[in-house]
Ligand binder design. Structure first.
Ligand code: MN
Length: 248
């Protein structure tokens, strides 16, 4: 079994190291990860300069690019053979609801899926993640499930693991993406020369669409959330109204 392991927190991130240890017990692992934290990079590709991939240890490449760059380079160039599964994470923090649109963790997995390999994205839902042991164990159980059962090529699973002492796969819920409230406003500060500069504000709290059946709800209940994702953002329900709107 061959695994490609990516993330968005950088090749030295503790969540990635924990997942690498778990995967190495189950097969051959190649790590291709950003040289620094690229959280929030979403699906961006680096198109304005070339990329460098540096072998920093046996089977570990760091790339001076985005998470999607990493998965793309790995699958088109760096790996001698197509992996059976792309695994991304374990992200330092949750990727719930709207977060999925910005997440580099999910993007690396999505790039794998776009290039024809099923993919799992793992995130530890904690504001201050330090202990990845429980999340790595859940990841290991899911990958063992993949080894036993296989997985359709188009499957892309977004897995959030609650920050509880002993999460179990038995209690996991299959969820849909919830929604957050509006993001907080940007935060303006002044540089030493008095010029304004801005920080993107924190993500919004879970909103009205965070009830039963959503990823937010599962995590709030302390259980593992597994959301199957698809790339098709088409708003099918809007099509009849749009057709009517155009006709009016
Ligand atoms: Mn991250």
């Amino acid at each position: 079994m061959r695994f490609l392991l990516c993330n968005d927190d950088g090749y030295r991130a503790p969540g990635l190291l924990a997942l690498a240890t778990t995967l190495r017990a189950l097969g051959a692992v190649t790590v291709v990860a950003p040289e620094r934290n690229r959280s929030g990079a979403s699906n961006s590709l680096t198109l304005d300069r070339p990329l460098r991939a540096t072998l920093v240890a046996d089977g570990v490449f760091m790339v001076d690019g985005t998470p999607a760059d990493c998965a793309y380079l790995a699958l088109t160039e760096l790996l001698p053979e197509k992996p059976d599964l792309v695994v991304s994470g374990i992200n330092a923090g949750e990727n719930l609801g709207d977060d999925v649109l910005y997440s580099g963790t999910v993007a690396a997995a999505m790039e794998g899926c776009l290039l024809g390999t099923p993919a799992l994205a793992f995130s530890l839902a904690s504001p201050d993640p330090t202990d990845y042991a429980g999340a790595a164990r859940i990841a290991g159980e899911l990958v063992q499930k993949f080894i036993a059962e296989g997985m359709p090529q188009h499957w892309l699973l977004n897995i959030n693991i609650p920050n509880v002492p002993a999460p179990t796969l038995r209690d996991a819920q299959i969820t849909r993406l919830g929604r957050r409230q509006r993001a907080a406003v940007s935060i303006m500060q002044r540089d030493p020369r008095g010029r304004p500069m801005y920080w993107i504000g924190p993500a919004g709290a879970p909103g009205a669409q965070a009830g039963p059946g959503t990823d937010f709800h599962a995590i709030a209940a302390g259980v593992v959330s597994i959301t199957p994702l698809q790339m098709d953002l088409s708003a099918y329900a809007t099509m009849p109204d749009l057709a009517q709107w155009l006709r009016n």
